[in-house]
Write a protein that binds this ligand. Structure first.
Ligand code: ING
Length: 334
């Protein structure tokens, strides 16, 4: 029996520093309603979906009271700024994976995401582990800063796959196995393999990826944005397709895209990828856009039983170096 589910990535276009929270939330809710109207059961929203990508503002953390305004506290489903999203999603019976700035009760800040099922229950939370960028800002003229290592702590919840019992589908071998990661995590094979070793069938990944940044991408300052953006999109799709394939899992990636404050450009190309690695659906704009596909989760069964039957083919006795060290140890020079 197929395990059919209609799923979606809800790409969010430009969000400016001065945009009202309720206006951005209204845009998000509109996409969720559009999804529900197409009988979509699961919507993936971007990383830090509710605000502009604020981890680029030097000095934002100087005033703790001002800094905390960028974060949600406590249970996300009842959090002051965003509860209406979860109320509406519950009314529509749509499951939501959404990224947000999390402030814990003891004052720690994480770049987090939550999976809230169609009944409005938070099933799982993930805190971003691979934080890109720098702690100290670049100070040279025109620097594009990426201050996630300064504003957030590395995630402490690991990569945990989880069951999604309420996802409606016809028959099948049991509740879908889902997993979450955030943005830069998708560039690290380890993120995917941790979930792959838990049998993940659908990986959800929100992202905010700049389209021009010599500091992050290492390209020359005079590189045209058309070139750097094309490369950023290529590398985004490369990792989504390759790691979906090598872990025999579907994936849904959802971008915060567009030019925040009219200047900070981020790529779109939100996409739904098949376990065989091909793209099922992809965003074509840099704005608010719903990307929808009907998937059969049973398409993971064959690859997991054959080419990526981990238990049959992996040789863990040779993999110790992967967790034994963080950086590179080169062979001695001749
Ligand atoms: N954004 C970027 C990403 O990984 C980045 C950061 C871009 C790092 C390019 C290195 C190279 O897509 C976030 N938010 O992680």
């Amino acid at each position: 029996m197929p395990r059919l589910i209609k799923v979606a990535a809800a790409q969010i276009g430009a969000v400016n520093r001065t945009d009202k929270r309720e206006d951005t939330l209204a845009r998000i809710i509109e996409l969720v309603e559009e999804a529900a109207a197409q009988d979509v059961k699961l919507v993936v929203l971007p990383e830090l979906a509710f605000t502009t990508f604020f981890a680029r503002y030097v000095g934002l953390d100087k005033d703790p009271v001002e800094f905390d305004k960028w974060f949600e506290e406590g249970d996300i489903t009842t959090s002051r700024n965003v509860a209406p999203l979860f109320t509406r999603a519950k009314e529509l019976g749509v499951a939501i994976c959404v990224g947000y700035g999390e402030k814990t009760g003891d004052g720690r800040h994480f770049n987090s995401c939550a999976y809230v099922d169609g009944s409005g229950k938070e099933i799982s939370k993930y805190r971003k582990i691979h934080l890109p960028g720098t702690i100290e800002p670049f100070t040279h003229e025109g620097a594009i800063n990426q201050l996630e290592k300064r504003f957030f702590l590395p995630g402490d919840l690991g990569f945990k796959a989880f069951r999604a019992p309420e996802l409606a589908y016809t028959g099948g071998k049991g509740d879908p196995i889902l997993g979450m990661m955030i943005c830069n995590d998708r560039r690290w094979a380890e993120s995917w393999r941790c979930l792959g070793l838990q049998g993940v069938e659908l990986v959800m990944c929100g992202y905010n990826t700049v389209n021009w940044s010599p500091e992050l991408f290492g390209h020359p300052r005079d590189a045209p944005v058309a070139t750097t953006e094309a490369r950023a999109i290529f590398q985004h799709l490369l990792v989504m397709q390759a790691h979906s394939y090598t872990n025999a899992t579907f994936s849904i990636s959802a971008a915060r895209a567009g030019y925040d404050d009219g200047v900070f450009g981020m790529i779109g190309s939100s996409a739904i990828v098949h376990p065989e690695g091909h793209i099922l659906a992809q965003a074509t704009t840099m704005g608010d856009e719903l990307v929808v596909a009907e998937i059969d989760l049973d398409d993971v069964v064959e690859p997991k039983a054959k080419i990526f039957a981990f238990e049959k083919h992996r040789r863990v006795e040779h993999y110790g170096i992967i967790t034994g060290q963080a950086g590179v140890t080169e062979p001695v020079k001749l």
